[in-house]
Design a protein around this ligand. Structure first.
Ligand code: SGN
Ligand code: CA
Length: 521
């Protein structure tokens, strides 16, 4: 073979390889997975009744699908994140609680499997799983919970640096910058993990004055007395309680000279601002604090005052989150990526916006068991509108693998959602119950350990460890879960059925808790 022929053959082979690569990158959808922290469906306008408009989040739903029964498996940050990247429940992935958890990064994870399927993988923002991330070609993560102002990032070369700006903006900038420099011949999965809307809801300075004229309606369960629900009576996440929601740290009623522990903690976060920004911040917040101190509300009025401040701060943080999701969508649109990208928007769990008198999450009650989930689908997935089937955060891993054309390992416990997404009609058979297990006790907010199941109509919960309390709810007749029906003769049959379904699911998911509890007796 002479030199010319060799060159021609080489070019031919390179060309063939290029077209295979191109064809491959066109058929495999990209995935942009946006997950916020503590953003709840009650605060997202496409879910109805939200006091804040979230047009950009709604756009994902309006152009795609909105899940109405989307649940977590363990309503807490680290555990939710571990469920999401493994497709397994907490007792299988090993990360059961934030306080003592260190994620075992040597285990099988969805990002690693996506890499094997030819995807570029990147993670930007909150990680919260303590160990060094594995399975990501690139990561740039917040330390621990992260900070709203001038946050510290841990880069994938092992260094750390303080980045100037507001956390939600920076995470979006970094996500766009990563997409800009990616290898365009290969599909990608990008995990955009925001700190917003986590406590203590520090606003972007430009949004600080928003929502100040709004008066938010109190949820009708705000003054719940938790009758018939002993675990709920013993929580420490009440807006009214001065020990749970702090007037300085949470509500920002701080005046110079206060040296309490929580003011120091509060200042730690605010003092990350530059001197000039700090001045702007305090000018505004001082006026609120002074007005409060001049006529301090008491009793119920104080609780309602704290609720209003909480709602306003939460809305401000959510507004900039929505703006930033808009920016990300705009980027994908401008780059012609919308058609072949699955865009997922969800949160690590739901949250209480004053329902039952609470903030925070953890309980298996609806507001925190539920998590928002909307998706804009890539071509080939025709479903649009509302999806009412029960889905859970362990389902994301198998869904992404399935969409990437990779096989789903048998030990993954979630199920692929693609049958719900391919066509307008859902398959006839779908799961009839989801399983839940929360472990972090004793700990902040003092929510007792519990597990349970939820079917489309009923919920059975068992609180255990230093308590042995069952709860049963009829969600159709009592959607706010105020009436514990456990032991009610009218529900004897339902109770029996729920117990046996619970046992079946615990067996199916191989959760040893019931045998552990009986061996303790
Ligand atoms: C922090 C918060 C808690 C919150 C946990 C878990 N306290 O400890 O209110 O429940 O995180 O949240 S704070 O004083 O540090 O703000 S999670 O979403 O990360 O699980
Ligand atoms: Ca969270």
């Amino acid at each position: 073979m002479n030199k010319n022929t060799t060159l021609r053959y080489t070019l031919l082979i390179v060309n063939c390889q290029l077209s295979i690569v191109n064809c491959w990158s066109q058929t495999k959808p990209n995935i942009v997975y946006i997950m916020t922290d503590d953003h709840t469906a009650q605060m997202m306008s496409c879910y109805g009744n939200s006091p804040i408009q979230t047009p950009n989040l709604d756009r994902i739903a309006n152009e795609g699908v909105r899940f109405t029964r989307s649940f977590v498996a363990n309503s807490l940050s680290g555990p939710s994140r571990a469920c999401m990247i493994t497709g397994k429940l907490s007792h299988k992935n090993g990360f059961t609680n934030n306080e003592h958890g260190i994620f075992d990064g040597s285990q099988q994870t969805m990002p690693k499997l996506m890499q094997k399927a030819g995807y570029q993988t990147a993670l930007i923002g909150k990680w919260h799983l303590v160990s060094t991330p594995t399975g990501f070609d690139h990561y740039d993560i917040l330390q621990g919970q992260g900070e709203y102002y001038n946050p510290t990032f841990i880069h994938d070369n092992g260094t750390r640096s303080v980045e100037q700006g507001y956390c939600t903006d920076i995470i979006t900038d970094k996500s766009i910058a990563w997409m800009e420099q990616r290898d365009q011949s290969r599909p990608f999965i990008l995990f955009v993990h925001h700190k917003a809307c986590h406590r203590n809801w520090l606003p972007k300075l430009e949004d600080m004055r928003l929502f100040e004229d709004e008066v938010f309606p109190l949820p009708d369960t705000f003054w719940d007395t938790w009758e018939g629900r002993p675990a709920a009576q013993q929580q420490e996440m009440s807006i009214a309680s001065p020990h749970d929601m702090d007037i300085i740290y949470d509500n920002k009623i701080y005046l110079p000279g206060d040296t309490s522990r929580l003011s120091r903690l509060y200042l730690n976060y605010v003092n990350r601002l530059s001197e000039k920004d700090r001045e702007t911040y305090f000018q505004f917040h001082d006026s609120i604090a002074r007005a409060f101190k001049a006529y301090p509300p008491r009793g119920r009025a104080l609780a309602e005052y704290k609720f209003q401040r909480y709602m306003r701060d939460y809305c401000k943080v959510t507004k900039s989150l929505d703006d930033n999701v808009g920016r990300l969508l705009q980027y994908l649109q401008e780059k012609g990526l919308l058609d072949n990208t699955l865009i997922v928007y969800t949160s690590d769990q739901g949250f209480y916006m004053g329902e039952h008198g609470w903030f925070d999450k953890r309980f298996m009650y609806e507001e925190s068991l539920n998590t928002p989930l909307v998706m804009r689908l890539p071509k080939g997935y025709e479903r649009r509108g509302t999806i009412d089937e029960m889905v859970q955060n362990i389902d994301y891993a198998p869904t992404f693998l399935d969409m990437a054309g990779a096989s789903v390992p048998a030990d993954i416990q979630g199920i692929s959602l693609t049958p719900l997404l391919k066509q307008q009609k859902s398959p006839k058979k779908w799961r009839d119950a989801i399983y839940y297990h929360y472990y972090e006790f004793p700990a902040e907010h003092m929510v007792k350990r519990h597990y349970g199941i939820r079917t489309s109509r009923y919920k059975l919960i068992h609180f255990y460890q230093d308590i042995d309390q069952w709860e049963l709810y009829d969600l159709q007749n009592d959607p706010r879960e105020l009436h514990n029906l456990y032991g009610n003769p009218a529900y004897r049959k339902v109770q029996q059925q729920m117990h046996s379904r619970l046992r079946e699911l615990q067996h199916h998911y191989d959760d040893p808790i019931e045998s552990e509890l009986s061996s303790r007796q």
